[in-house]
Design a protein around this ligand. Sequence first.
Ligand code: PSU
Ligand code: MN
Length: 307
Amino acid sequence: MTTPLLSIHPEVADALAAGRAVVALESTIISHGMPYPQNVAMATQVEGLVREGGAVPATIAVLDGVPTVGLDAEQLHLLATHPEVDKVSVRDLGHVIATKRHGATTVAATMRIASLAGIRVFVTGGIGGVHRGAEDSMDVSADLVELSQTPMAVVSAGVKSILDIGRTLEYLETLGVPVVSFGTDEFPSFYSRTSGYAAPLRIDDVATLAGLCDATWRLGLTTGVSIANPVPADEEMPRADIDGLIAQALAECDAKGIHGKGITPFLLGRIVELSGGRSLATNIALVKNNARLGAALAVAYAALPQA
Ligand code: PSU
Ligand code: MN
């Protein structure tokens, strides 16, 4: 006898069975990306925006070792407050399941679980990428590898300049991942609408985004699609302001000898502190903006004739 691998919330399962729009959401951003109580407020508001956009939200995490698709309020609260929630990327999935622990899933691990559930659209804040100095450290997020092997539209606000944006774009090109900026020529850098790098592709409407995803997957390509949605202009932090804070946080990270999976959470937390909370407000605003676009994309994709 086998036991089911995933626990899928009935509302999500019904929507998937009926071919209705579903949007996956990650949980590392809740447990390791933002402080309490803003983390649980953000997660709840984002789910509400996905619903307002006509799609069913499916926040994904591992609870007591069970990959869970679609969480209730109590489960969101646990992820936002529990002191022992692992940060789970793809390589950690087998361990967190076998040891029956709680895990907050990164972009990579969320993509994998969402894909197993049959979901094709996923909303997050920022994806991982090639870290600065990766030519020595080889620190490249598994998010990029997962984008090369899992068919999922991933809506983010681009790549933070805690990362090496140019090398991240090169790496995605090598992996064959389409990278689209929505409504802008430039690839956005999370806190800011610009990065100094041109977007490989620009699309201005949701129907064409859905068409690109559909065409990619009909070709039999197994890649995801990275959709970078710039933070709204009235919420952005000017690059001149954020770059100094990032440089300071990076220097502290080095001095403390923080490495591996601890780097991204440390940097995000320090940037919130150094900016006096300004970066957190921007982070929340951009995730909400992404939730609106992701819901619209999921609705447009679900409306396409199925092969
Ligand atoms: N960037 C953010 N907030 C986050 C993350 C990145 O602004 O919460 C999280 C995401 O879950 C992402 C992960 O998948 O960090 C990448 O971690 P790493 O660089 O260790 O792969
Ligand atoms: Mn890493």
